[in-house]
Design a binder for this molecule. Structure first.
Ligand code: SF4
Length: 365
């Protein structure tokens, strides 16, 4: 698909006029500091703006420059990221900060190709940083923009496929111009987030309605043309709150384990445990997992709580049991590290959201 220049010019003007009045007031839009723009774009990957708002300022206060981020330990960065999810982003941000200090004298690279060479920066994020922070003529295709452009130009085909992606990229490239590329990209993002929503787009309020092919044909719901999603699998997992003595005794400590850095949620701490295999009871699975992961034996008590948690590609039902350690000094057999910790000191460790819910219940009980 080749969008005509005049049509793109009209659309760009309509978007920019709307954006000048309707732009969302977001803290990362008050700056063109490339470091702050980079942090905001990484936080916004697969995460809602409302969630990021609670982290962005705090993170920048804690790590105000790329040098301070590079100098911090990974544990400190994960702690500041705790609860934001997709922790690979925090690990990549930390690694990239080290690379920027080492190879770019602490200055964030300006070109899309140099940005893409950094860990955790793909085509979209590189385009967003280059256009917003440096005014580069770079397109940025995120989920919102793909939806908006697919509808505006009735782009057929699954956007995951290269041919569809190329068609969208060609349109997005035609829309960005020197001097306003960042604004065009942000206008498209805002339009997708506020009006051109996945369901029930608000076409009556849309500044681009007169240019929108899908709207003209009443086919808004048909674009983007994504294949049907497969059902998300459910995994059953058991975890132990392992005490070194009776929990009511003074000085009683809990055992926590650190996940391998390359694993999902890598580098975070958790209550040890794992997947329940077919035919296993919860207790059998927990005893096996604690032995395989840490080389310990425990006495398993009552079920402390059950909780459900959804990740991107699967859901988890987690069964949590209180346990008393009986045999074996813990060893990091299938985890990166372990620690006995007083309950009041657990706050100093970074946990995934599901484990944080266990901690909240522990504090409340
Ligand atoms: S007219 Fe409707 S479908 Fe088209 S871009 Fe605007 S909100 Fe989206």
């Amino acid at each position: 698909m080749v969008a005509k220049h005049a049509a793109l010019d009209r659309l760009r003007e309509a978007l920019l006029s709307w954006y000048r009045i309707e732009a969302r007031d977001l803290p990362w839009r008050a700056t063109r500091d490339p470091y702050a723009v980079w942090v905001s774009e990484i936080m916004l990957q697969q995460t809602r703006v409302e969630t990021v708002l609670a982290y962005y300022d705090r993170f920048l206060k804690r790590f105000p420059t790329v040098e301070s981020l590079a100098a911090a330990s990974l544990d400190e960065v994960l702690k500041a990221w705790e609860g934001l999810g997709y922790y690979r982003r925090a690990r990549n941000l930390h690694r990239a900060a080290g690379g920027i200090v080492e190879h770019h004298a602490g200055r964030i690279p300006r070109s899309v190709s140099e940005l893409r060479a950094l860990p955790g920066i793909g085509a979209y994020t590189a385009g967003a940083i280059a256009s917003i922070a440096f005014g580069r003529e770079a397109p940025a295709l995120d989920g919102n923009i793909i939806r908006v452009l697919s509808r505006l130009f009735r782009v057929s085909g699954d956007p995951q496929r290269a041919a569809t992606r190329d068609a969208l990229l060609e349109i997005a490239t035609g829309l960005v111009k020197p001097g306003n590329a960042g604004q065009v990209n942000q206008a498209l993002m805002d339009l997708g987030a506020r009006l051109c929503r996945p369901r029930s787009p608000r076409c009556a309020s849309c500044p681009a309605a007169s240019s929108c092919a899908a709207h003209k044909h009443g086919e808004e719901a048909l674009y983007p043309q994504r294949p049907r999603r497969k059902a998300i699998p459910l995994v059953h997992v058991v975890a132990g709150i392992v005490w070194d003595r009776e929990p009511q005794e003074s000085g009683a400590k809990l055992l926590i384990a650190k996940r391998h850095e390359d694993d999902m949620l890598g580098g975070l701490w958790e209550f040890p445990g794992g997947r329940i295999e077919d035919g296993e009871s919860h207790e059998e699975a927990l005893a096996r997992e604690l032995c395989e992961e840490l080389g310990i034996e425990v006495e398993i008590g009552e079920c402390f709580m059950e909780l459900d948690h959804a990740y991107t590609h699967f859901r988890v039902s987690l069964y949590v049991y209180e346990c008393r350690h009986t045999h074996g000094r813990p060893r990091a057999i299938d985890c990166a590290d372990w620690a006995w910790v007083l309950p009041e000191d657990l706050d100093g460790y970074a946990f995934p959201v599901a484990d944080r819910r266990i901690l909240d219940r522990l504090v409340a009980s």
